[in-house]
Design a protein around this ligand. Structure first.
Ligand SMILES: Nc1ncnc2c1ncn2[C@@H]1O[C@H](COP(=O)(O)OP(=O)(O)O)[C@@H](O)[C@H]1O
Ligand SMILES: [Mg+2]
Length: 374
């Protein structure tokens, strides 16, 4: 699933590129950024992910210098950016709307930021050619910008930002105007481009799948706060709150209670599944008994066909809904003794029939795939 560059995990730790120190931002009385503290490493593909209105764009603009902060500090490459205007910061931004000049050619758009910089015309033309090649638009320089497709405009916007060789490229929902096929193609190209140029990319998106596919690390934001910051796999497998679990992918929740807690191990009783023992790393910090809930992803549950046995545990249930996707089938199965059904995703296998609604079945599950929530 995750095709994002993982070099950071393998190699030496990268130095810090961006640091937020307890950043707060008010619009009048409205507290838009609430004590943001985080670091973004050099060369990282970093995403700010969250629902519309949670403060992603505002946070991105504090890096660019388009937005003053009310308190705290934003550092870029170790320098406090207080009082540093946008044009003197080592950042460049690609806007949601692309902001292409329609009356200019592609080359004039891409070279726009160079017009007041030094260098000969020939040198500038060479850089434009280079930037166009980088985004897959070699030979498009003399075209009129207004005649481009959505995907091509997006590439022009990228080339125009990259030609200035920023340390940090800021991307505010750059793919949201594209259709699904083009968006997926541009996702792969953006990853490739980031690897090639090696600069820090910070992407704003409300699309969880996009963030998972593209990022080295993701900061999940709700209501002006970062609620979890982790690599895609950790976010998906070990969300620390129901809110994050719900926002990223599909998560089944089952009521549960804590039975006993020993060192590192927690014994729980889960409605529909029964007793299970889990590791403390499957819980978001200390949990002090009482009513809790247990989460499990649809692909961690498996419907057992006749003659199959569970490698770990199994529990009976009834198929209540079937949604066929061609390569996958989603089943809603009501486990015995549970009020609401769980979603189970099954990869379709040639020769194995899709089950009918009402089928009695057995569901295999594993304690290791459960996540605890307060
Ligand atoms: N210039 C502004 N004046 C007042 N409120 C603003 C301004 N810009 C953004 N906001 C508010 O701040 C919140 C966060 O906005 P924004 O950062 O654009 O969210 P996101 O990019 O996550 O959708 C929203 O509630 C928005 O209405
Ligand atoms: Mg926004």
């Amino acid at each position: 699933m995750n095709t994002a560059p993982q070099a950071a995990a393998a190699g030496i730790p990268r130095p810090t590129m961006i640091e937020f120190r307890d950043v707060n931002k008010y619009y009048g009385d409205y507290h838009a950024l609430r004590g943001i503290s985080a670091t973004i490493r050099a060369g990282e593909f970093f995403s700010l992910l969250g629902p519309s209105g949670c403060g992603k764009t505002t946070l991105l603009r504090t890096i660019a210098g388009f937005e003053d902060i009310s308190s705290g500090a934003v550092l870029i490459d170790g320098k406090d950016m207080a009082g540093v205007p946008a044009n003197l910061r080592p950042t460049n931004m690609v806007f949601q709307s692309y902001a292409i000049f329609p009356h200019l050619t592609v080359a004039q758009n891409v070279g726009f930021g160079l017009r007041r910089k030094g260098g000969t015309a020939a040198e500038k033309a060479r850089r434009v050619t280079e930037a166009l090649a980088m985004v897959g638009l070699a030979g498009y320089g003399e075209r009129a910008a207004h005649a481009l497709s959505g995907g091509q405009r997006q590439r022009v916007a990228l080339a125009r930002a990259l030609i200035l060789k920023p340390k940090v490229l800021l991307l505010d929902e750059p793919l949201s105007a594209l259709d699904k096929k083009m968006r997926e193609q541009m996702q792969v190209e953006l990853i490739r481009l980031q690897r090639q140029v090696g600069i820090t990319f910070i992407l704003v998106t409300h699309d969880q799948e996009e963030a998972l596919v593209m990022s080295d690390r993701i900061a999940v934001m709700f209501e002006g706060q970062i609620v979890q910051l982790a690599d895609p796999e950790t976010l998906y497998r070990r969300p620390t709150s129901r809110q994050v679990a719900d926002f990223i992918g599909v998560m089944n929740f089952l009521p549960a209670k804590i039975l006993t807690e020993a060192v590192g191990r927690i014994a729980i009783e889960v409605q529909g599944l029964g007793r299970a023992e889990i590791d403390e790393t499957q819980a978001p910090g200390p949990i002090t008994g009482g009513e809790i809930s247990v989460g499990c992803r649809p692909e961690t549950l498996t419907i057992l066909y006749e003659g199959q046995t569970a490698s770990d545990r199994e529990t009976p249930g009834t198929v209540e809904e079937v949604v066929y996707y061609g390569d996958m089938t989603y089943y809603d199965v009501r486990l015995d003794g549970v009020d609401s059904p769980v979603r189970i995703s099954m990869r379709n296998v040639f020769g194995r029939p899709v089950l009918d609604i009402g089928t009695r079945t057995r569901v295999a599950w594993s304690a290791g795939a459960l996540v605890l929530f307060r």
